[in-house]
Design a protein around this ligand. Structure first.
Ligand code: GDP
Length: 299
């Protein structure tokens, strides 16, 4: 959490700086409210959530007659509410019915899927879990290579197939290996070609069905690049329709001023952000904590 705070603080946070500047004014007038709205929208909070938030803020300021100094506290509170601390963000990574838990990691290529699988393996290994990786992104030759490298780095086996082989059969093999080795978790990296929705649905559906012949898919994590804004959201919707997503991993939050996308993503998809990517390194994955996140966002 400390790291999350530091990383986000280091990212140029125009939201934090801008809000502080606005809220330190003596008088909060129409222009101030508009500027607050602009800042939140620029940070990708989304138009509707922003308008609701500012409306609530204005009402509270009026009703509670607060000083402009406390507006900051109210804004903090309202932002935390918007991020929704009541959502269950735990990861289902315990063995189930005497078999390994299977975590499917999906998302568009380039969002940070493979890196996330590697980092997550590291987190799980640190929790004394036995992990097996499955390189079901058979479309990109480099993807399997990259995953194998992560496996070596973290010290866990990576199951891969020949380039262009059936992703479902690689996933099947990975789960078989996981069962054989009595692993706790099998992490399956998938391909993220968005060529057409039907193709994607077919592929992910098949991968999931084939896995479920042997074990339970306990989590489907959708990886989203925080820097892609509305475009990323659009892609996320397609995945949401293709497969039952249980959690979001928001990557590249380091160096992004677009942290507000957390709010938009959860609203749009109705799925909690469970993890955040804060860099390219092995330790740069953190559980998502709403209060710490808002603190970091506001600086
Ligand atoms: P994939 O195609 O979805 O599997 O994406 P990769 O895992 O290959 O990642 C694409 C690029 O994004 C790589 O250069 C990663 O190092 C980088 N990356 C992944 N996650 C993060 C993150 O949280 N922060 C930053 N700054 N870069 C990331």
């Amino acid at each position: 959490l400390v790291r999350l705070r530091q990383r986000l603080a280091r990212s140029q946070s125009p939201l934090g700086r801008g809000l502080l500047a606005l809220l330190s004014r003596d008088v909060i007038d129409e222009d101030t409210w508009e500027e607050i709205e602009d800042l939140l929208i620029t940070a990708d909070v989304g138009v509707a959530p922003t308008q609701e938030l500012v409306a609530r803020l204005r009402t509270r300021v009026k009703v509670e007659g607060v000083s402009s100094a406390s507006v900051q506290d109210i804004l903090r509170e309202e932002l935390v509410t918007l991020v929704d601390p009541s959502l269950d963000r735990s990861l289902a990574v315990d063995r189930k019915d005497g078999k390994p838990a299977v975590v499917l990691v999906v998302g568009v290529n380039g969002t940070g899927k493979t890196t996330t699988v590697g980092k997550l393996a590291r987190v799980l290994v640190a929790e004394d879990k036995q992990v097996v990786l499955g390189a079901a992104d058979t479309f990109r030759a480099a993807a399997a290579e990259q995953l194998a490298t992560w496996g070596e780095r973290v010290g866990v086996p990576a199951v891969r197939g020949p380039e262009g082989s059936d992703p479902a059969s690689v996933a099947f093999e990975a789960v078989r290996t996981g069962i054989e080795q009595e692993a706790d978790v099998v992490l399956v990296d998938t391909a993220g070609r968005l060529q057409n929705k039907a193709g994607l649905m077919d592929e992910l559906g098949k991968v999931k069905r084939v896995i479920e012949k042997q074990a339970t898919v306990t989590e489907v994590l959708l990886v989203l690049d925080a820097t892609t804004g509305q475009n990323g959201l659009q892609q996320a919707r397609v995945f949401r329709e293709a497969v039952d997503v249980t959690g979001i991993v928001l990557t590249k939050l380091d160096g992004s001023a677009k942290g507000g996308i957390v709010v938009a993503v959860q609203r749009e998809l109705g799925v909690p952000v469970k993890l955040v990517g804060l860099g390219e390194g092995a330790d740069d994955l953190a559980p998502f904590d709403p209060a710490a996140f808002v603190d970091a966002l506001m600086g």
